[in-house]
Write a protein that binds this ligand. Structure first.
Ligand code: ARG
Length: 573
């Protein structure tokens, strides 16, 4: 409606474009001042007229079109032209739009591809809460971009190469066995890795051995590669369990080991472009001009490293997927790494360097304590999810023991709680993980939102609501009286629902799922106010039908918005 009004104004004020007028348009602080207000001060200089005169002229010009614009009246106050909408009309147009699934938003990303690099855990290391964050944030961004019509390539860039595997092989041969690794999985691998570090401090020859094994790996030695592959398989089984709990999958698992083979070609290209500098036997790209430490390309033994593998990876991704953008969701502590990578791509002469985006997130602590593998203060993502599901099941037993399909609901609620907790705050903020916050049914939590959704569903069931087809709408057989919804908390709820599209777009623009999470909370809060204030099932037929219709659209928006966070909503709770 705002757009339509601005369009009409721009025809009168031909000196100004529609876009300019849209930026001037304000939402007044008080309802008595209208739904929209156009301050005319900015036009005065150009038009050589006083703001008040301009406002009066606009009012006169708008009035003949008021009906079609959904405007009830205009008032000129000072230099402002205030527009009062016909609220019933407004409600109708908002709800009509929501009624159409998809909202036509898929046009925004149509024909464009986004590569998303997220989750990317390290083989033989635990999948900890930090990895849970990248997984959950990345998955939500994937859903948001997909909603906007982008083709999204989900890439799990496994940390599956590096000197640590030399250490692991030595440790495995010395202190572990096939049976133990098979039985205890990553936990065993982590344990022997820690033991290796401790022992290597006392005995320097261990490091020599580890280096030798890694060299063997790089040379493709059969035994070394076999053990490494096996560690990878063992790890993948555990990672997949977490993905299964979260309902997440990927399009590519090409990780560091895949790209190390592409580093020699990268080295050639860099040589040709005269970008390689020798530094103590290693080869680097000098980034001093840009106030950054040099970007290491090969070590003195010629092997690749994290940086060069990442550069090779993004070159390959560009060739393979022709992405519009490539996003990397990792911890904030990797900021410098990505700055160097993006700069390297730029100095190589690729103008698409500007389409590479690091999407960082803050640290996770556990009930106030910093997480650290070495100090043993770690929590596995899987344990958190399972614990959350277990606690949700307990709560259900206690509060609603007759609920059908308890296990499935507990899974949705437990996982939803963890997801929502992770996504509610701006991603850059640190997260302190506390059980009490995560599973609370009050405040800004997943269970609160799911409960609200289930409540809406239950009202629809009790009201025997069948839904209204667009045809019924247009033939007037089931005509909704929009006036019923144009007041008080119903009207507030309609306004809140109408913010959905904007929330999705903003979340995508800022790579910020928290915008969706906060939007969901605002809808849930508006719905609960409406529910407490307006009788639905016991209202008169005309009011009941209108309100049920609003309840139906609310549950749809809640469900859809939650799905953009990767969260499912149970029908009953
Ligand atoms: N494996 C890394 C880690 O666990 C994250 C990898 C991020 N992606 C990348 N292309 N560097 O910290």
């Amino acid at each position: 409606m705002k757009n339509k009004i601005c369009n009409c104004i721009s025809e009168v004020l031909q000196e100004f474009s529609n876009e300019e007028i849209v930026t001037f348009m304000e939402i007044p602080p008080e309802e008595s001042m209208g739904d929209f207000a156009l301050p005319c001060f900015g036009f005065a200089k150009v038009l050589h007229k006083s703001p008040k005169v301009i406002a009066e002229e606009l009012k006169e010009a708008i009035l003949p079109h008021a009906e079609e614009l959904g405007i009830e009246r205009c008032e000129v106050v000072g230099g402002y032209c205030n527009f009062f909408l016909n609220h019933a009309k407004y409600v109708e147009s908002c709800l009509d739009k929501i009624q159409q699934p998809g909202f036509g938003m898929e046009q925004i990303g149509k024909g464009k591809t986004i590569c998303m690099d997220y989750s990317s855990p390290n083989i033989a290391k635990n999948f900890h809460v930090g990895h849970l964050r990248t997984t959950v944030i990345g998955n939500s961004l994937y859903k948001i971009y997909e909603k906007l019509g982008y083709k999204v390539v989900r890439i799990n860039y496994l940390g599956d190469w590096g000197t640590q595997f030399g250490k692991l092989i030595v440790a495995y041969k010395k202190w572990s066995s096939k049976e133990l690794v098979e039985e205890k999985g990553i936990e065993e691998l982590m344990q022997i890795y820690v033991k290796f570090d401790a022992e290597a401090e006392k005995d320097a020859s261990l490091m020599e051995e580890a280096r030798a094994w890694f060299v063997k790996m790089e040379q493709g030695d059969l035994e070394a590669i076999q053990i490494w592959k096996w560690f990878k398989e063992i790890s993948m089984v555990e990672f997949e369990r977490v993905y299964e709990l979260l309902g997440i999958s990927f399009d590519s698992y090409s990780g560091e080991s895949f790209y190390r083979e592409k580093v020699p070609a990268l080295v050639e290209e860099l040589k040709e472009k005269q970008l390689l500098v020798e530094s103590q036997g290693a080869k680097v790209i000098d980034l001093e001009k840009y106030d950054m430490p040099p970007c290491l390309i090969t070590k003195s033994d010629g092997g690749s490293i994290y940086h060069s593998r990442d550069i090779a990876a993004v070159l390959h991704r560009k060739q393979t997927y022709h992405f519009e953008k490539c996003l990397y969701v990792t911890g904030l502590e990797q900021s410098l790494h990505f700055k160097q990578i993006f700069k390297a791509i730029e100095v190589m002469g690729y103008d698409w360097a500007e389409n590479l985006v690091h999407v960082p997130y803050g640290l996770v602590s556990l009930e106030g304590a910093k997480l650290s593998t070495r100090k043993g203060n770690i929590i596995y993502a899987e344990d958190i999810l399972k614990e959350a599901i277990g606690r949700a099941l307990e709560a259900i037993q206690e509060k609603n023991a007759k609920l059908p399909d308890k296990e499935a609901v507990a899974k949705m609620v437990g996982v939803g709680a963890v997801l929502f907790h992770d996504l509610f705050n701006q991603r850059i903020k640190n997260v302190d993980f506390s059980w009490e916050d995560v599973l609370s049914f009050e405040g800004n939590t997943g269970p609160y939102v799911q409960y609200t959704y289930a409540r809406a569903k239950s009202i629809l069931r009790k009201g025997n609501y069948k839904g209204i087809t667009t045809e019924e709408q247009s033939t007037g057989k089931q005509k909704i009286d929009y006036q019923v919804l144009a007041v008080g908390t119903s009207y507030e709820l309609v306004k809140s629902l109408s913010g959905y599209e904007d929330a999705v777009k903003k979340a995508a623009e800022r790579y910020e799922p928290s915008i969706m999470a906060r939007y969901i909370i605002s809808v849930a809060a508006a719905f609960n106010k409406f529910y407490h204030e307006c009788p639905i099932l016991h209202a008169q037929e005309k009011d009941k039908q209108a309100r049920l219709y609003l309840v139906d659209l609310t549950q749809r928006i809640l469900q859809e918005a939650c799905s953009l966070l990767g969260m499912e909503c149970p029908e009953e709770m």
